[in-house]
Design a protein around this ligand. Structure first.
Ligand SMILES: Nc1ncnc2c1ncn2[C@@H]1O[C@H](COP(=O)(O)OP(=O)(O)OP(=O)(O)O)[C@@H](O)[C@H]1O
Ligand SMILES: [Mg+2]
Length: 251
């Protein structure tokens, strides 16, 4: 999606699992081509938010629009066709399939094998390590390579919006930097918009234009990343004012 204006708008989303209210009126906005990060602790509602945007969970109230089009009641496959791709938490690649097979499976969704082959070639040119390891079972890749494959898989459908749920999960800091550099390269070279979930803002800060802090199913803070560099406001929003003295984790 090119041009100006918001790519994604989420307005007043409410999602519950039975009695558990996971999102209690969440609104976010993501402009075309920017990188927005939703930061929040365990159980904040981050994954729920992405599932709801992708159509995997329904909101009782509220609205999700994509390029101005209301997709609140669209089916997941239709939302995917409109250019939304989700890289799920924990990556969920097929470990016994090869790198190439993992990408091919993702390409089936679009039903255009010629185009799929050419996108796969682009992905392997962009990330040569995936090309070198194309015949390896995906389970034998390192954590960083698996994350790269999970993102490559998301690109197979040529999305305009890529949502990545905790890309740094389980990765060493140096590898996390590589994964972020890769995501930023995709954003620049393919002109996509990125929405990223993280438990910590430390690494994403360098790339994000806007940060939302989510806790307890509510947006506690929403500001341009440039205004949040010292980390103080994020810390308060992340832990809540009452226990902001907590030192055990770096949000
Ligand atoms: N399938 C489910 N059934 C019941 N409750 C759920 C389910 N999935 C999530 N929850 C609850 O919904 C709330 C939000 O969970 P969610 O997974 O969206 O948080 P999160 O911010 O992604 O957390 P994490 O950082 O651990 O991935 C939590 O209270 C969680 O326990
Ligand atoms: Mg999660």
């Amino acid at each position: 999606m090119t041009g100006t204006g918001n790519h994604l708008e989420v307005h007043d989303l409410h999602v519950s699992y039975g009695q558990i209210a996971a999102l209690r009126g969440v609104s976010i906005q993501v402009a075309c081509g920017e990188t927005v990060c939703v930061v929040g602790p365990n159980g904040a509602g981050k994954s729920t938010l992405m599932s709801a945007i992708a159509g995997g969970l329904r909101s009782k109230d509220g609205r999700v629009t994509l390029g101005g089009k209301d997709i609140s009641s669209s089916r997941p496959e239709d939302i995917a066709r409109l250019g939304v791709s989700l890289v799920p938490e924990g990556r969920r690649i097929f470990s016994t399939l090869t790198v190439e097979e993992n990408l091919k499976v993702a390409g089936y969704l679009r039903g255009d094998s010629k185009r799929s082959a050419s996108v796969m070639k682009e992905i392997m040119e962009m990330f040569p390590i995936l090309g070198e390891r194309r015949s390896y079972p995906a389970g034998r890749l390192s954590g960083g390579e698996q994350q790269m494959l999970a993102v490559g898989r998301a690109i197979m459908t040529e999305p305009t919006l890529i949502m990545v749920d905790e890309p740094s999960l389980g990765l060493a800091p140096k590898i996390v930097d590589q994964v972020y550099a890769m995501l930023d390269k995709i954003r620049r070279e393919r002109g996509v918009t990125l929405l990223i979930n993280e438990q910590s803002s430390t690494r994403v800060m360098q790339y994000a234009t806007r940060i939302y802090v989510l806790r307890g199913g509510l947006v506690q803070l929403n500001d341009a990343a440039d205004n949040l560099r010292d980390g103080e406001a994020i810390k308060k929003a992340y832990f809540g004012f009452a226990d902001s003295g907590e030192k055990k984790a770096q949000p």
